[in-house]
Design a protein around this ligand. Structure first.
Ligand SMILES: Cc1cc2nc3c(=O)[nH]c(=O)nc-3n(C[C@H](O)[C@H](O)[C@H](O)COP(=O)(O)OP(=O)(O)OC[C@H]3O[C@@H](n4cnc5c(N)ncnc54)[C@H](O)[C@@H]3O)c2cc1C
Length: 289
C-alpha cells in the first residue's frame, strides 16, 4: 500500500516546525517516529499534503530531572525510555511500560510525544502518564502552555492540542519516598496493543498506609482515563488484599466501554478489574516494607 503524494520537510528546530505548521495549516501534519502516521497514510485514512518531520530535532529528545521534576522531550523514543537509568531509578513505571510497546523496531522509532498526540485508545503511554499525574507542555504560535494530563485526552484519537501546536514535553513530579509502581497489560493477540492496560503509581507512608494513588487505564474506553474510584478506595487505607480487591472493582466505573469482535464491553470491564487488582498487588509488593 502506497500513501498519496506529499511533500516532506525536515524541521531543524521547534521554531521552524511551528512556522511551517502556521504556513501550511490543515495541509500539514507533524511526523515524529511515523509508526502511527505512516500506516494511516498507507491506508489513506490520513492524506496530508506536507509532512513536517520533527524527529531530527535533537533538542526535543531528552530525559532529565530538574528541580524535583522529571522532564521528557516529545521525540524521546520508547527505547530511550526503556533503557534510561535515570527513569529506572526515579520512575520505573515508564521503562516497564515501554517494554510492552510493539516490538524492537517500533520502540526504536516511535516516540512518547507521537503516541500521546495520537491518543490511540489502546496505546500504552496514556495510562502511565495519567498514573504519574503528568503535565503536557504544548508549544504554539503564541508561546507555550501546560495542559494537565486529565484534560489532555478529550475523545477517541483526539487531544487538547490546538491546530498549530506541537507537543513539546511531558513532565511530572519525581516520585518520592516509599513508592510502588506497576504496568500490566492484556495484549491483543494479533496487534499487541492493549485490550486492557493498567498503570499504578502508589505512595505509602512508613506504616504502609496509602498516601497517594495514581491509576491510569487504557484500552477499556474511547480514551485513556484516571480510575478515580480505585484511587479513592485506596487513599488513607492499609493496603491489604481485601482493600486492593475492593478498590479494583471500581476500575471501569462510569466509562463507556469499548466493544469489538475480540472483547465485548462486559469482558473488558472484567479484565480491567482483574488487571487492576494484579497491578495494585504488584505495586504494593514492589513498595517493600
Ligand atoms: C507494528 C506496530 C505495533 C505497535 N504496537 C504498539 C503497542 O503495543 N502499544 C502502543 O502504545 N503503541 C504501539 N504502536 C504505536 C507506536 O507506539 C507509535 O510509535 C506511536 O503510537 C506514535 O508515535 P510516533 O512517534 O511514531 O508518531 P507518528 O506516527 O509520527 O505521529 C502520530 C500522530 O501524532 C502526531 N504527532 C507526532 N508527534 C507530535 C508532536 N510532538 N506534537 C503534535 N503532534 C504530534 C502526528 O502528526 C500524527 O498525527 C505500534 C505501532 C506499530 C507500527
Amino acid at each position: 500500500m502506497i500513501p498519496a503524494n506529499f511533500d516532506y520537510i525536515a524541521a531543524k528546530s521547534l521554531d521552524e516546525a511551528l512556522s511551517l505548521l502556521a504556513k501550511h495549516k490543515d495541509d500539514a501534519k507533524i511526523l515524529a517516529g511515523g509508526h502511527s502516521l505512516l500506516p494511516a497514510m498507507k491506508l489513506r485514512l490520513s492524506q496530508p499534503k506536507v509532512l513536517i518531520d520533527i524527529g531530527r530535532i535533537k533538542d526535543l529528545s531528552y530525559i532529565r530531572e530538574a528541580g524535583g521534576q522529571i522532564q521528557i522531550g516529545a521525540t524521546t523514543t520508547h527505547f530511550q525510555i526503556e533503557t534510561s537509568d535515570l527513569l529506572r531509578h526515579a520512575c520505573p513505571l515508564l521503562p516497564e511500560t515501554a517494554t510492552h510497546l510493539g516490538d524492537m523496531q517500533v520502540r526504536n522509532k516511535g516516540t512518547i510525544g507521537g503516541s500521546l498526540a495520537h491518543s490511540d485508545p489502546a496505546a500504552d503511554w496514556p495510562a502511565a502518564v495519567i498514573a504519574v499525574g503528568a503535565e503536557i507542555v504544548a508549544a504554539g504560535p503564541r508561546g507555550e502552555r501546560t495542559i494537565k494530563i486529565d484534560d489532555f485526552f478529550t475523545e477517541l484519537f483526539t487531544t487538547a492540542l490546538k491546530p498549530g501546536e506541537v507537543l513539546k514535553e511531558i513532565r511530572f513530579a519525581a516520585p518520592k519516598g516509599r513508592v510502588g509502581q506497576s504496568y500490566v497489560k492484556f495484549r491483543h493477540p494479533a496487534s499487541g496493543f492493549a485490550v486492557v492496560g493498567i498503570a499504578v503509581n502508589l505512595g505509602l507512608d512508613g506504616s504502609g498506609k496509602c498516601q497517594s494513588a495514581g491509576v491510569g487505564v487504557t484500552g477499556v474506553a474511547p480514551k485513556a482515563y484516571r480510575a478515580s474510584g480505585v484511587e479513592n478506595a485506596l487513599k488513607g487505607k492499609t493496603l491489604d488484599a481485601k482493600t486492593l480487591a475492593a478498590a479494583a472493582a471500581h476500575a471501569a466505573d462510569g466509562v463507556d466501554l469499548n466493544s469489538d469482535l475480540f472483547a465485548t464491553g462486559e469482558y473488558r470491564k472484567h479484565l480491567a478489574e482483574v488487571y487492576t487488582r494484579r497491578a495494585l498487588e504488584q505495586a504494593v509488593a514492589r513498595a517493600g516494607k
